[in-house]
Design a protein around this ligand. Structure first.
Ligand SMILES: [Fe+2]
Length: 378
């Protein structure tokens, strides 16, 4: 019984990484390498062009580096998939956990559709934003359909998909409907935390925040804190983390933290690392001097309630072991404290997909980690 269970696990592991590797190879063959800088499409195109000339992906990564060691030698099949994406893998170690689980992460798609809700004066601006969140001429709204097919191909290999916000660029009915239709087609369980872009009726005529919230509620009911629970750990989602955490949200987080399970925190806005300035520095560099992260002295400066929550993350006895986030439109990976790791994922409009590999710490797993860790901050 034990042997067949292990065998099953091994086969599952092989299948999932074979699939990922196929995607990477397809990306490599197509020489897809676009990297945008902040909100500046021109800078992105220039950088993408340079990288293409040099035959490498964004930040020098091909994607193969992030796969567990030895997997490249065990490539069984190469499948054609006409939607190359770039994987960012994160390994989360849960003490005492047997076996492994995989989750996917996607954020910052910034899906935009034109509609009659858009204020005429904003139309030109909207079209520029549509071009900005397009990839190789495909709008984010069109790519969303392909994303759903792509994610569905992982059914059976992954436990679910975490959507880390900014999935739409503004909360019009058309944008929310398009997102919801895709989610209705998704065959994996999912959790979607929102942020300002998902909730704000920016650029719209006669649409206000309660209307936008009503649209969002057709996807899933809005709650302060959203969760996805597994026997070994808990995903705790800070909904609308571009705003301060409310008293209700804090109370809910306290309840969840008291359950005694390791917590993976899903938030749109990253948390300021205590000892490492590189995240704040990179944010200033990309975002015109702004530190778009939660922390003292940052653009997201916490009020007393949010500060209390941040201290729950910084505490030595925190149950948080991993923070998964987006928002900055660049990749960063490092420690928030000695105990808490954080990965900032690149945006889905650049075809970045997070792969979260969750397992118990073991010599075998540590060996895999040593061979696949990519320090993207260098
Ligand atoms: Fe974003």
């Amino acid at each position: 019984m034990r042997i067949s269970k292990n065998k099953k696990r091994e086969n599952r592991f092989r299948r999932i990484f074979s699939f990922f590797l196929c995607m990477m190879l397809a990306a490599g063959l197509c020489h897809i390498s676009a990297c945008k800088t902040g909100n500046d499409p021109a800078a992105g195109r220039e950088q993408a062009g340079k990288q293409e000339e040099e035959g490498r992906g964004p930040e020098g990564q091909t994607g193969l580096e992030s796969l567990p060691g030895g997997i490249a030698g065990r490539l069984p099949v190469i499948e054609e998939f006409h939607f190359p994406v770039e994987m960012e893998t994160v390994h989360v170690r849960i003490p005492g956990m047997e076996g492994e689980r995989f989750l996917l992460y996607l954020s910052d798609l910034h899906l935009i559709l034109e509609s009659d809700q858009i204020d005429e004066k904003e139309l030109e601006n909207i079209r520029a934003r549509m071009a900005w969140s397009s990839y190789e001429g495909m709008t984010a709204a069109d790519s969303w359909k392909s994303w759903v097919n792509y994610l569905n191909a992982m059914q059976g290999d992954c436990e679910g998909v975490l959507f880390g916000a900014d999935m739409i660029d503004f909360a019009s009915k058309a944008n929310v409907d398009c997102l919801r239709e895709g989610l209705e087609e998704l065959k994996l369980p999912w959790l979607y935390v929102r942020a300002d872009h998902d909730l704000a009726p920016s650029y719209l005529y006669g649409v206000f925040e309660p209307d936008s919230l009503e649209y969002q509620n057709t996807i899933s009911p809005y709650e302060e804190v959203m969760t996805m629970e597994f026997p070994e750990f808990l995903i705790s989602g800070w909904n609308n983390s571009t705003a301060q955490l409310s008293e209700t949200g804090l109370a809910r987080m306290k309840e969840l933290f008291a359950l005694g399970k390791p917590v993976i925190l899903l938030t749109h806005v990253p948390i300021k690392p205590l000892q490492d300035e590189s995240l704040a520095e990179k944010s200033r560099e990309i975002w015109g001097g702004r530190e778009l992260i939660w922390g003292e002295g940052c653009n997201n400066a916490p009020n007393e309630t949010t500060k209390e929550f941040l201290n729950m993350i910084y505490a030595e006895d925190t149950p948080v072991c991993e923070i998964l986030c987006g928002h900055l439109h660049f990749t960063w990976d490092g420690q928030v404290t000695e105990k808490v790791h954080q990965h900032v994922f690149g945006p889905a409009f650049e075809r970045k997909l997070g792969v979260i590999w969750i397992s118990g710490p073991s010599e075998k797993n540590d060996e895999k980690i040593r061979s696949n860790v990519v320090d993207k901050t260098k």
